[in-house]
Design a protein around this ligand. Structure first.
Ligand code: HEM
Length: 498
């Protein structure tokens, strides 16, 4: 097989082929070190479309966003679920969904995603407001915590975003495990169940890129047992006792129960996968948005003014925001905040859109460009090259919080040369595989900023280095920071008392 893989030669009409000299691995190491730089160099030498051998897979990269529509709309010969289904089942430990064993399950799962939109999104948004306030008040602002309520507290910025978003998202989607039973079961005292869950989640997430790359879990030390603990956390018997789960999670529980061929722990693994999907990218996204805002006084003041203008200066006095005071329509009107979030996502997203070629065929990209691709190869879009394209976004490495605002509205027209770019902002993927949680994610981020900016005063700690991105997670969503960033915060009403 190795010989077969390595002996592949480029056929006429196929894109340039780059195999490297290491059998099987091909160019995997260069790709992993800094995928953006690596692909930029290849684009310079070989043009907008080329095929690279990466860890046993031939990946045809389409680098020009003006060619994306042909790939995204080509549903028949480019399958969009095969790759992610296979990756999800090995990573999270449930049996592959698209087999004869579970007829109709894949479609039902897709339909369940509708419960992250429309009127169900309103309910999720309201719950999220309450939970964000609860988490902030209980864990960070209570007088029982270390120090007095009005003192400045110093903390790692990523850990702050992680703790708040992880707990608030968990409570919003899954509901609350009963305290007494949890205490008896896990020997943990009151709030510790969420800390223990987060601790395991962190360890699992650190190894996530290796699992996605199909490194067998048995080779990854303690991760197998950590994943088992995470899966067991979602055992149906336990979940049955959690109060106030979202419609989305209830519907998924019901649909998984329709399949006798699924064991209890398979169902748990599906729930665990959703936990990862719902926080794995939202936490680093939250970090970058907050970091960029705190680093840019102009952005901070415009966004803060916009939020204050919407909800009023008096709000921090009461330290709570009544849920009926914050509607989805109001969130939609916060265009500077939305632009600031979009800008941070543009700079930090490294997701890839992958399609599996179903048969040898000629992929017509536009009237001047067609390439032959082979069955089993992966056709890949790499949106980071669009996000950092100076023709589309002048000074692409610069953070410009209002880049997505034009004439008082969200800017939706971007050009490359004189051609309009349809897919100019793709942190949530594209077409049929686009993230079903994107509306909820955007609302969660907006709520996080509304509530923290209303409740807290925040500053980056002076004299530290800029945050840099951990580039080793290429292809997997939002990059986490590579270094620690510390900040300080205090309850806002203390300002007024002093
Ligand atoms: C899939 C990004 C938040 C649920 C995806 C994909 C991306 C993505 C890039 C893959 C799309 C593709 O294959 O083309 C993000 C980002 C988020 C975020 C950047 C936050 C900033 C969320 C949230 C949820 C969620 C809050 C809520 C439950 C999912 C699910 C999938 C997915 C279930 C898999 C869909 C499928 O299998 O068809 N996300 N996501 N995501 N996301 Fe998100």
């Amino acid at each position: 097989l190795l010989l077969l893989l390595f002996s592949r030669r480029r056929r006429e009409g196929e894109p340039p082929l780059i195999k490297g000299w290491i059998p099987f691995l091909g160019k995997a190491l260069e790709f992993r070190n800094d995928s953006y730089k690596f692909l930029q160099q290849l684009q310079k030498c070989h043009g907008d479309v080329f095929t690279v051998l990466i860890a046993g897979k031939y990946m045809t990269f389409v680098m020009n966003p003006l060619l994306y529509p042909a790939v995204i709309k080509q549903g028949k010969q480019l399958d969009f679920h095969k790759f992610s289904d296979a990756a999800a089942s090995t990573t999270f430990g449930f049996p592959a969904v698209n087999t004869g064993k579970f007829p109709g399950l894949s479609d039902k799962i897709q339909r369940s995603f509708l419960l992250l939109q429309g009127s169900a999104l309103n309910t999720l948004t309201l719950k999220m407001i309450g939970n964000l306030q609860l988490v902030l008040q209980q864990d960070f602002l209570s007088s029982n915590a270390v120090g007095r309520k009005c003192d400045w507290r110093q903390e790692d910025l990523y850990e702050f975003c992680e703790r708040v978003m992880f707990e608030a998202t968990f409570l919003t989607l899954y509901g609350r495990p009963p305290q007494t039973k949890m205490d008896v079961h896990t020997q943990l005292h009151r709030e510790s169940w969420i800390d223990a869950l987060l601790d395991n989640f962190r360890k699992f997430d650190a190894i996530f890129p290796l699992l996605i790359a199909k490194i067998p879990i048995v080779l990854l030390g303690r991760i197998k047992s950590i994943r088992e603990q995470l899966i067991r956390f979602f055992h149906p018997h336990r979940m049955a006792e959690w109060t106030n789960p979202s419609e989305f999670i209830q519907a998924r529980t019901e649909l998984l129960n329709q399949y006798d061929t699924l064991q209890d722990l398979d169902k748990s693994a599906h729930h665990f996968a959703i936990l990862w999907a719902s926080v794995g990218n939202t936490v680093p996204a939250c970090f970058w948005c907050l970091y960029h805002l705190l680093s840019s006084p102009k952005a901070f003041s415009v966004v803060r003014e916009e939020i204050m203008g919407m909800f009023g200066e008096k709000e921090p006095e009461t330290m709570t925001m009544r849920q009926d005071r914050l509607t989805r329509e109001q969130l939609e009107k916060l265009i500077y905040l939305e632009s600031a979030i979009n800008e941070s996502l543009r700079l930090s997203s490294v997701s890839m859109n992958i399609r599996v070629v179903q048969e040898d065929f000629c992929l017509r990209l536009n009237s001047r460009c067609s390439v032959y691709v082979r069955k089993g190869d992966l056709v890949t879009l790499y949106p980071q090259s669009t996000h950092l394209d100076p023709e589309i976004y002048p000074d692409p490495q610069q953070y410009q919080f209002d880049r997505f605002v034009e004439n008082g509205k969200m800017k939706t027209e971007f050009y490359k040369g004189n051609q309009k770019v349809h897919y100019y902002h793709m942190p949530f993927g594209s077409g049929a595989t686009m993230c079903p949680g994107r509306f909820f994610a955007l609302n969660e981020l907006k709520l996080f900023f509304c509530i923290t900016l209303l409740m807290c005063d925040m500053q980056l700690t002076a004299g530290q280095q800029h945050a840099t991105m951990d580039k080793s997670r290429a292809g997997l969503g939002i990059m986490p920071p590579a270094n620690h960033i510390s900040f300080r915060y205090r309850v806002k009403k203390c300002l007024q008392r002093q």
